[in-house]
Design a protein around this ligand. Structure first.
Ligand code: ADP
Ligand code: ZN
Length: 517
């Protein structure tokens, strides 16, 4: 059976776990009773779907929302996982197909609506099919005092006793009374493993910077931290070697680490890093699993990480001892282009590639966030947070400007050309740069032709990048590079919402007219 990390990548198409997921999945798949409290949007489903694939037999999932169950079943099937649902919304064929899959022992996940538990036949059926795990979504529905009480949830405890299998309960409701009630009703009062993490690592200072002279930026960052243990993550093996060399020449103790090195050499670096003080390891993402060092004082990214999940995992290696730690992540247009190309050239189905572009947009949004970076990061994981006072944007808030007019122009250029062109061509239209391609398509006679002359090319590039970061537009994976609008763009286009952007990446943006006193 492949390990959790392999399944994460090959079945679900994700490159890293979100905070909390790995530990929860480890515990659930080991067959321990588990109660996990995670914010909505934090990624609970994966915490029972992945263990279901790691265990023999069927995992029964109980969830109160039929639409949600059907969505999950559809997504699992699209990923090649045998899953089915027994709900009142089923057609007869659907139900027959679920039974066939169960009889043939093919099914891995069976979603069951709670009201089905009231039907006497269900227990007999569940006994027969070899259930090895019960997963309960929205477990707070068992609480009689909550808003979402579902009487049928009270039968789940009975089911667990009858089947005598481990149970994993998930909820976003964190108050202690609800937790106690879940433990009493679902686990008969026996203490399960409880996971309740805040995701925040407040001692880690967060900072991003646009790549200017990346080698120099990393060297300067390391220079003021001489003698401290740190990691520099790079996008390529070659870069780890050359950067380690440069750091060594500057008097640091530094070595490279990547997947192309002999196992022996890699173990040697891990050992040195864990036992020596003040070593810098310049590595690809292959470095991390064997690292167990509480006092890593800094982590720098010489290239943009793959996703917000990998970013969080990689910076999270710093400051495990709780003392303050520093991070710096560099990003540039080439990083983004490379990631986009990797998504477009991948073999994933179009729907998943579109979602990958959306996730990359979120990473871009974090890189060019306007307010507290930590709050932006935690919001992505579903947690609310106020400004932290320990990130570059809290230290020095960026200058912003009202970009509503400019963004409307950009969006209408996209719409008027049928969502079929990339940023370069759209910027030609906006700045009135009548190229041959543009004339051949008659785009020089569009009403948007030349309406954005007040902003230069670089400024427009900054605007396009930032509105991708807000996920107003995404590249269409089926039409190479063509930008299409998302739902989030419509209120701005219709004039119902305004939008503010950072000025630093749009240097030529129009300044507000100075009013005479
Ligand atoms: P919850 O049930 O906690 O509200 P979901 O399980 O629906 O959250 O997950 C929320 C979103 O996060 C989904 O779009 C899911 O695909 C995505 N997600 C979950 N885990 C990961 C991961 N490790 N990497 C990237 N995206 C993830
Ligand atoms: Zn902050």
């Amino acid at each position: 059976m492949p390990g959790a990390a392999t399944l994460l990548r090959d079945v679900f198409g994700f490159d890293a776990f979100r905070p909390g997921q790995e530990e929860i999945i480890h515990t659930v798949s080991a067959g321990c009773n588990t109660l996990a409290i995670m914010p909505t949007g934090g990624g609970k489903s994966l915490c029972f779907q992945l263990p279901a694939l790691m265990r023999d037999g069927v995992t029964v999932v109980i969830s109160p929302l039929i639409a949600l169950m059907r969505d999950q079943v559809r997504a699992l099937r699209a990923a090649g996982v045998e899953a089915g649902a027994l709900t009142s919304g089923n057609t007869e064929e659907e139900t027959a197909e679920v039974w066939r899959a169960l009889d043939e022992g093919r099914l891995k996940l069976l979603y069951v609506a709670p009201e089905r538990l009231a039907a006497g036949a269900s227990l007999g059926m569940l006994r027969r099919i070899g259930v090895s795990l019960i997963a309960v979504d929205e477990a707070h529905c068992v609480s009689q005092w909550g808003h979402d009480f579902r009487p049928d949830y009270l039968r789940i405890g009975e089911l667990r006793r009858a089947l005598n299998v481990p149970l994993a309960a998930f909820t976003a409701t964190a108050d202690t009374e609800t937790q106690a009630e879940i433990i009493e009703k679902l686990f008969d009062g026996q203490q399960p493993q409880v996971f309740l993490h805040g995701f925040d690592r407040p001692n880690i200072h967060l900072a991003f910077a646009a790549k200017d002279q990346p080698r120099r930026q990393i060297m300067e960052f390391a220079a003021v931290r001489k003698g401290q243990s740190g990691i520099v993550y790079c996008g390529t093996r070659a870069k780890t070697e050359s950067l380690a060399q440069a750091l060594g020449n500057a008097g640091h103790s530094a070595c490279a680490y990547h997947g192309g090195m002999e196992a022996e050499a890699r173990r040697n670096v891990e050992h040195r890093f864990n036992s020596e003080d003040g070593l810098i390891v310049v590595a690809t993402v292959a470095f991390g699993m064997g690292v167990d060092k509480p006092d890593i004082r800094w982590v720098a990214h010489a290239d943009l990480p793959k996703s917000i999940e990998s970013y969080y995992q990689e910076i999270g290696r710093a400051g495990r001892d709780g003392a303050s730690a520093e991070t710096l992540t560099l990003f540039g247009p080439d990083d983004i282009r490379l990631r986009r190309a990797q998504i477009d050239e991948g073999l994933a189905p179009p729907e998943r590639r579109m979602a990958d572009h959306g996730r990359l947009n979120a990473l871009l949004g974090l890189a060019e966030a306007m307010t507290c970076r930590r709050a932006t990061l935690l919001r992505y994981f579903g947690e609310q947070a106020s400004p932290c006072g320990n990130c570059d944007l809290c230290d020095t808030p960026p200058e912003t400007f009202d970009a509503t007019q400019a963004v409307r122009k950009a969006l209408s250029a996209i719409l008027r050309t049928g969502e079929r062109f990339g940023a370069g061509h759209l910027i030609d239209i906006l700045t009135g740069n009548a190229t041959d391609k543009l004339r051949a398509r008659g785009h020089d006679s569009l009403p948007t032709f030349g309406v954005g002359r007040d902003i230069d090319r670089r400024g427009w590039q900054g605007i396009f990048r930032q509105i991708m970061g807000r996920d107003l537009i995404r590249p269409d994976p089926e039409r190479h590079g063509a930008l299409v609008m998302t739902e989030a763009a419509r209120p701005i286009l219709r004039g119902e919402e305004d939008i503010t952007l950072r000025r630093d990446t749009v240097a030529s943006a129009p300044r507000p007219a100075v009013r005479a006193l």
